[in-house]
Design a protein around this ligand. Sequence first.
Ligand SMILES: [Zn+2]
Length: 242
Amino acid sequence: MIRLYKSNNIPATLNGQTVQNEKNKLNSMVANSTNPCPNDFKSNLYGAKDVRKQLENDQHGKCIFCESLCKGEVEHYRPKAAVIQNKGGLIQSPAYYKLGYDWNNLTLCCHDCNNKKGNYFPLQNSNDRFDLSKEIPLIINPYNEDPVNHLEFKQHVIFPKMDENGNEDPKGKHTIDYIDLNRNDLKERRRRAFNAFNINRKRQNLSYDEMLKQEKQDAINDGRKPESIEFWGMYENQKYKF
Ligand SMILES: [Zn+2]
């Protein structure tokens, strides 16, 4: 996971009248005590071409959480229709329906990460739910904060950061658990990528940081951003640089 920056240009579809009509529809449903279900949110609007294109650009063509290069799905950071505080917890509905078409709530997410996240959105204090000025989410949003403060890699495996007393960072821990960032297939792909990086590095007799610098330069020479390299966070936020 790497720090991301969302474009200030809100895609035109989200500011259009069609979206406004949908928002009004959702508001009156909730006002009439009807819970909007997932189908009441139009994926052809929140996931419209211009939205997807801007997100692909802002996320360098990668999943927001696992950094797999993927086409991904346009998804919601805060769940739109139903929300669950923790595993085995109760389903709360309506959820963040007001953010169903909110640019700041939209992300590009691979199918597997999205599937794992589902309706989970754990908060540090569940009593703060729906008060956005108070909520402290326990799933990292790399558009709002630097994942480096919560996560680190030991080779291809991701861990929560530890504080000086040996306590795991709660945001890091929850993010790994709820998105399942050490799932087998993902871990295997990272292992292969990290091995290839190191084999390449040793062959050229470079230090870890020299190799990283070279990778960055190679990307730039190709006309790409270094952040577009798959699993870039693993190389940059690596504890075992040997
Ligand atoms: Zn993913």
